[in-house]
Ligand binder design. Sequence first.
Ligand code: TYM
Length: 340
Amino acid sequence: MVSSPQTSPKRPRVFSGIQPSGALHLGNLLGANLRWVTEQDRSDAVFCVVDLHALTTPKAPGEIGQASLELATNLFAVGLDPDKCVFFVQSTVPQHAELAWVMQTVTAFGELSRMTQFKEKRGRAESGDGFISAGLFTYPALMAADILLYDTTEVPVGDDQGQHVELTRDAANRFNSRYGETFVIPQATLPLAGARVMDLQAPNNKMSKSTETEAGIINLSDSPAAITKKFKRAVTDSETEVRFDVAAKPGVSNLLSILGAATGQTPEAAAVGIERYGDLKAATAEAVVELLTPIQARVAELQADPGEVRRRLALGTERATAQATDVMDRVWDRLGTLRA
Ligand code: TYM
């Protein structure tokens, strides 16, 4: 029997994904991944290493698999628990690619053209080898498929993914009005602080895997000494007042956001009692070191046992497939394709 979308489930249903490209950085952690860990306890949570998304920029043979294993290892170390959530690699559940095609048919060319991330990535590709894949353009339809396959109600992401979640909502509503009630309409959820962690050297740009200068990025694997040094050299401004004001004081505000996110408070609350830039930098570095050190220890443990990481991922694939098959059957049923 074909299932119906549960529009008001008892527990929130959460889905989110991350690309296996480049090292896991502080922006990922504060914007999304640390919240994934808390979501496991309050929701039915599904998380995914989105390797198909990463293929939109060229990869060497085998590179994607290795990067997926490393990223999954890191995320188990951050705290994902296979007994509490479903966590798997996207390409192992073929319904993602299947539904992505269907979502492309209800997504407009004009909508995709307006995506900020596409425009940025296109710019980078043009100044690199000049190759812009069609996948880079249709990428948000795959992201919509990821989310919609699990009857998701909430999508914990950083601020930069908000536009893609909006597009998902529009495409899902369009499908529902053309073919009848099929998809649950999801919404993005943002953290209290850290929704947009900026580059420490260029605080008007977001911290990103594709940035060239390492000095602006805190990676999960950075040593305490490296973290302290990067915060010490973080760009601030020529004033002296510690105040949260993103437009006027982007560097200081970024440090306050990071400190707030790392200590579970708003940036404004994090500013209380800090008078000097030097103290702010030291306090932020200390909070980040405290946050990352235990995660790094668990990464080391798990790296020694890649078989265990694969075993956990296989379990995730099995569970995700059961859910995705159910929703995909519903999609074919609503479309009315010939199922002979
Ligand atoms: P990705 O892989 O670029 O980033 C993973 C998550 O990290 C967040 N993030 C940040 N948050 C705050 N400050 C930053 N500087 C920062 N940089 C990254 C991102 O917002 C994201 O939550 N398209 C997505 C992956 C994806 C996905 C999905 C997400 C594919 N399908 C379905 C949610 C639901 C991406 O490229 O994220």
